[in-house]
Design a protein around this ligand. Sequence first.
Ligand code: SF4
Length: 690
Amino acid sequence: GRPWEREHVRTTCGYCGTGCQFDLAVAPGQQGKRQVVEVVPTAEAPVNGRSLCVKGRFGTGFIHHRDRLRQPLIKKDGQWVAASWSEAIALIADRWQAIKADYGSDAFGVLASARATNEDNYVIHRLARSVFGTNNIDHCARLCHASSVTGLVASLGSGAMTNPIADLAVTDFFLVIGSNTTESHPVLALAMQKALKRGAQAAVIDPRRIELAGQAQWHLQLRPGTDLALLNAMAQVIIAEGKVNADFVAKRTENYEAVAEAVKDCTPEWAEAITGVPAAIIREVALAYATAPAGAIYYTMGVTQKTTGTHNVMAIANLALLTGQIGRPGTGVNPLRGQNNVQGACDMGALPNVYPGYQPVTDEAVRRKMAQAWHVPPESLSLQTGLTLGEMLDAVDAGTIKTLLIMGENPVVSDPDSDHVVQTLQKADFVVAIDLFMNETTELAHVVLPACSFAEKTGTFTNTERRVQMVRQAIEPIGEARPDWQIITELAAAMGQPFGYTDVAQIMKEIAEVTPSYGGISHERLAVTPQGLCWPCPAPDHPGTPRLHEQAFTRGLGRFHGVSYLPPAEQPDDDYPLILSTGRRLFHYHTGTMTRRDPGLAALYSEEHLEMHPDDAQALGIGDGDWVQVTSRRGSMELALRITDAIVPGTVFTSFHFAEALVNRLTNPARDTLAQIPELKVCAVAVQKI
Ligand code: SF4
């Protein structure tokens, strides 16, 4: 389109949880249909200004890609056959009704989506609870921050990031643990880099010398899976060196004795033997954090994806409570959410234990409120906590869950032990998938429904700092694709329960009515509030809450937890002598279904490799660029080797973006018993040249 034919539509990035905004430039394309032609940065974007990363700025090629699903597909005799919407919906409703009649409500399992809007997730959660009558609903937050929610709710009362991203402008010291922020949250990392330039100090705890580690004052290159030993040693130093904020501990916390007792023998020397990080550095960093006027902690999956994930998170909260580094500008406990709307999907109740706003499904009063909003008898809503993602797959395996509805998730590539996930999905009687593309998971479904991308629909995303922002429709849906909320509304009607939503703003109105923390949020208000609104925002005249726990913790007093180091579930041995850890790359997003269909991003990073330390490569007789086979107790994959001294010896690393080098065939499904999060970050492997 020529520039004068263009229109700009302000919207929110669909990739990571930073929540950057930009304008989608659209112009008439083929057959006069509007097409996305460019992403245009805008200085008015509240989180990012004119900054965007390569994915947000250039990664829109997937929107009009020829692979987009354009029609519903039904599998007949093993072949995909195009169908009309009415045929597909009638077939699904028929099968679901039969399954409900034969096996009951808990034969259903629902995977909601951290990629979809709040409105989409609210409607699918309503379908699960009100139409199916089950609380078996979960999504990939189970794989990222389930342990943050469990740990921080117990410690602080809320599982969310405590401080806004903008607080990096006033922090004096920040600790980054288990987060490759530069590649995973690139624009947020710019704020960290600005803080360093301004003179703030930082310490990075990571087994790899990631870019940020080169810029920070300290890099603590620990062995994977030993975080809890390091965190407990920091607490021990703070206590032993008299750096506890006694006033804060006395007035705002409880259970101090538990942490004092748990860490009393966790000296830096003890931690050095476990982590490989010199004791003197542990001591220095602990004191730098404790004595900074404003000190903050940022973390992601390196902390959470562990069998001790919840305890790791509690140990981080302990540090903030010991030092009083929370509830003030530039401080806080800040778990960075990975996906664009993983915070929102959790807020919307796409979890097995809570309705929207973390209201327990076991609470009779909450059940009555929801039943009234949905015009159903209270008894039709289950009071029993549902199954988590991994437990649902176990239940399919065991034959108790018969049918799965999967919206915008690709568990075959994203979940641990992929081969087992495939075998499990093949056992389900009936799988319905809603997605933009065929992928490794939709291939195993029985019916696939085409969904709209973020460019084709209106709604809201909630970013990592709890900021609710508008997503605005810029183009007409591709083919016959529909927004998820509309598809689910039609499925519910076909199941005999019309939800009555005719436009998406109505859904947010209902969310506000039943969710106290979203009570003051509406599309009308967001239209005139370009900076968005951070929850809790309980009333239409409430300004929102960028910073949590300023006067009191959400749970009242902050609670210390005494937690002890345990090694990862799988240790290296003679057969599998190396540790495998996984993560992300700047140019790709998760299972690659979108970014790998963008020609620019695909060209910038076209194949995956395995990172290995030169000492290990030499011992194994493998050279840079050689193809290797990597094997764990569960499976194997092949890819090229890259030798780098940026990784701690004894550890190898790769991403999970490439299905042809499917690292999750190898990863360990062992779970944290408190949060049911799998230990994706540590498993034992053998590597050999092929
Ligand atoms: Fe999008 Fe995240 Fe990049 Fe911002 S940092 S442009 S939200 S992918």
